[in-house]
Design a protein around this ligand. Sequence first.
Ligand code: ATP
Ligand code: MG
Length: 426
Amino acid sequence: MAKIQAIRGMNDILPDQSPVWQFVEDTVRKVLGQYGYQEIRMPIVEQTDLFKRSIGEVTDIVEKEMYTFEDRNGDSLTLRPEGTAGCVRAAEEHGLLFNQTRRLWYTGPMFRHERPQKGRYRQFHQIGVECFGMTGPDIDAELLVLTARLWKALGLAGHTRLEINSLGTSDARKVYREALVAYLEQYKEDLDEDSKRRLGTNPLRILDSKVPETRKILEGAPSFDDYLDDDSREHFEQLKSLLDAAGVEYTVNPALVRGLDYYGKTVFEWVTDSLGAQGTVCAGGRYDGLVEQLGGKPTPAVGFAMGLERLILLLETLDLIPAHVTSDADVYVTAMGDSAIPAAMALAENLRDTLPGLTIVSHCGGGSFKSQMKKADKSGARYALILGENEVASGTAALKPLRADEPQQDIAQAELASALARAFNL
Ligand code: ATP
Ligand code: MG
């Protein structure tokens, strides 16, 4: 019988890879904690209408990419394609937004029926951050300063660059949209198929087309900058000054539009040149209208989401994963002989009590000395701790360095913890 396989575009994260995921997740969690962000956890499934009303009926996500199904009651449900809508829904439902400010974050799987390729999957993972009740641009700047700190913590500073733009108010966008459509209509026959379709549905997205013929036509298109309202222009200028003052570098990209309808004013992307076409690792912006659009009181809001698969791919591509992250053990404890097994167990427990920061893996399942040492080596541990009948009798253990060309030492069991603490700089 044919074996059942995972669904296309949905990946297993195997034991070899999960330490890298934990490293990235832990680093993000720490940085967010430094700024006082609080975690929120939402369901993976929401009512389909939530996404239609927030992301927009004529966006790629809602038109083509959602996993939508009827549940047994006949309700239309959707696997979340992103986190902002659910976060707003949850925060509003539980009264977290009225008359207060919030800095929230979440992480988890998102689902989009896209063509799977490197850096693009059908189940992928995001860490999302959403801030409510603050008009900015100070909070917009904080989000960018925070992400810059994160890149530093992950060793990615210099490998990502920041692009920013302002999309203005919805009124300004409306006037611009008409001007853009009027211009593009003249060249309709020469536009690519996607852009032709978007002309009637989501013309701003044409600005971000990668098709050379379309790009050529866009060169003569009206520029949004001429349509930007004064308030948004002032907001954008202040944001730039704050970034300058904080030493965060950026470029203004007037073609940066984002694929979701709810954005206005500030939008941004952190991009890398090391991942080919799937180069956006973090993207977001301001969405002051969304809470009201979903039935709440008008509430200013700004946020971003980063794609964990792409971040991890980037760390792997640039060979930036610290060695300690991927090793399975710091110390590997071997035991030869009947009396050595309980003694080794007790010794390992004792070391876990005294040195909780170390990963101490005990050999289980017996086998020859040689095969135990092979496992010790394969674990990536820096030391093997060797206990045989002789060591048990003399109350010692042999500490063998596995990564350095140094001699094995016999150490009194009572001294082991301090010897290891020294060796690992604890
Ligand atoms: P793209 O332009 O790459 O399609 P997007 O604008 O659709 O991205 P967002 O909805 O803003 O992306 O999601 C934020 C981040 O989530 C992206 O910058 C990316 O890192 C990641 N992401 C989005 N879609 C996928 C996917 N299908 N697979 C893996 N990561 C994704
Ligand atoms: Mg997309």
